[in-house]
Design a protein around this ligand. Structure first.
Ligand code: ADP
Ligand code: MG
Length: 359
């Protein structure tokens, strides 16, 4: 019997930078998805989850289109592993999780990475963690059919206690960065708005197309290649909307690096300001926030947070804030009151920290 688990994640800063070969800085969350796997000499894998009513039986030679629903995430991992020529044992697997589903905290990557780790441990296959991330992404892109980047899997696999993961998407490199605000008397608060992003694939595709057009007009393959020239380079982008989208990407990359520098100085006041600047850029230049999320971010800063920003793809999900520890209750109460007064549902507020990665 093999037990393996993988965490959800939250991105501290660096939004919509992944497909522009830029930077992001996620942490692994304390919430995890755990798998208990009992291998057997059979050619199917039967999985059950405390989040699902019925078990799913997956033939080991499964292919995209065969399994739908939540079982597709598991089947996708099997398919992607075998596609890489790696052995996959059959048996039974039971899954339990406290990662919220669909909140933007990446329950999907937690599930993929936990399943993958359990299967690889059972077969004895040595798969380096970058490759594991790619297998998880392939499962999600090509089996489940969700067009997502590599950030979620890298965050879940490379997370460490009191450490954020700096990802450079140009060469898929990861660097650990010390992140322990609690030791400096600062809390990381997570507000789950309860607002769910449905039907936003078109919005994402449009943002991506804007970035690609801007890069093409500047004669480069990705916006990262003009990062060193500063935002003035965007004078060369004729469409004003494309230029604004690209300005978010360039300034956001800068903010990720500035945030890492602020962490090195334990300067959480500066880090907080970068959160707030990132939110403004997503609101004004990239236009992916909502009035609901703006209100959570603004009211937390008004109540004393050092800074706050929406995290994730946008149009719903969560806001994070850096808050002096003694103000956490005050800020939580003030945000709840402001949100309810505006007629939105009460957000779920929790204090989170950088936790261990998959293992
Ligand atoms: P997010 O990753 O932000 O939580 P996604 O839509 O990407 O949201 O993934 C959520 C889907 O992943 C769920 O609808 C379900 O199909 C699957 N899933 C995630 N965790 C579990 C779990 N513990 N058990 C069963 N299915 C899960
Ligand atoms: Mg997901």
């Amino acid at each position: 019997m093999i037990a393996y688990s993988a965490p959800g994640r939250v991105n501290l800063i660096g939004e919509h930078t992944d497909y522009n070969d830029g930077f992001a800085l996620p942490i692994a969350l304390p919430q995890r998805t755990s798998v208990v796997f009992t291998p057997a000499d059979i050619d199917t894998l039967t999985v059950l989850s405390d989040r699902a009513d019925e078990s799913v039986r997956i033939p080991l030679d499964t292919a995209p289109g065969q399994i739908s629903g939540w079982g597709a995430y598991v089947a996708g991992v099997i398919w992607a592993l075998r596609g890489n020529g790696l052995p996959v044992p059959g048996g039974t697997m039971s899954i339990s999780s406290d990662v919220p589903i669909g909140s933007g905290l990446s329950s999907s990557a937690a599930l993929e990475c936990a399943v993958l780790g359990a299967l690889a441990s059972a077969s004895g296959a040595q798969i380096d963690r970058i490759e594991q991330a790619r297998i998880g992404q392939r499962a999600e892109n090509d089996y489940v059919g969700a067009a997502t980047g590599l950030l979620d899997q890298l965050a879940s696999l490379f997370g460490e206690v009191s450490t954020a993961t700096l990802i450079d998407f140009r060469d898929t490199a990861v660097h650990p960065v010390a992140f322990d605000p609690d030791a400096s008397g600062v809390a990381l608060l997570l507000f789950d708005s309860g607002q769910r992003h449905g039907h936003v694939d078109g919005e994402y595709a449009e943002r991506r197309a804007s970035c690609e057009r801007a890069a093409a007009e500047l004669g480069v393959a990705s916006l990262r290649e003009v990062q060193h020239l500063g935002v003035e380079v965007l004078d060369g982008v004729s469409d004003p909307v494309d230029a604004r989208r690209a300005r978010h990407v360039l300034t956001e990359n800068e903010r990720v690096l500035d945030f890492v520098a602020a962490l090195a100085e334990l300067d959480f006041a500066a880090a907080g300001k970068l959160f707030t600047a990132s939110h403004a850029s997503m609101r004004d230049d990239f236009e992916i926030t909502t009035g609901h999320l703006d209100l959570i971010a603004d009211s937390s800063v008004a109540a004393g947070a050092l800074g706050a920003r929406m995290t994730g793809g946008g149009f719903g999900g969560c806001v994070i804030a850096l808050v002096p520890a003694e103000l956490t209750l005050k800020v939580g109460d003030a945000v709840r009151a402001a949100v309810v007064a505006a007629g939105y549902g009460e957000p779920e507020v929790s204090r989170v920290f950088a936790a261990a990665g998959a293992g």
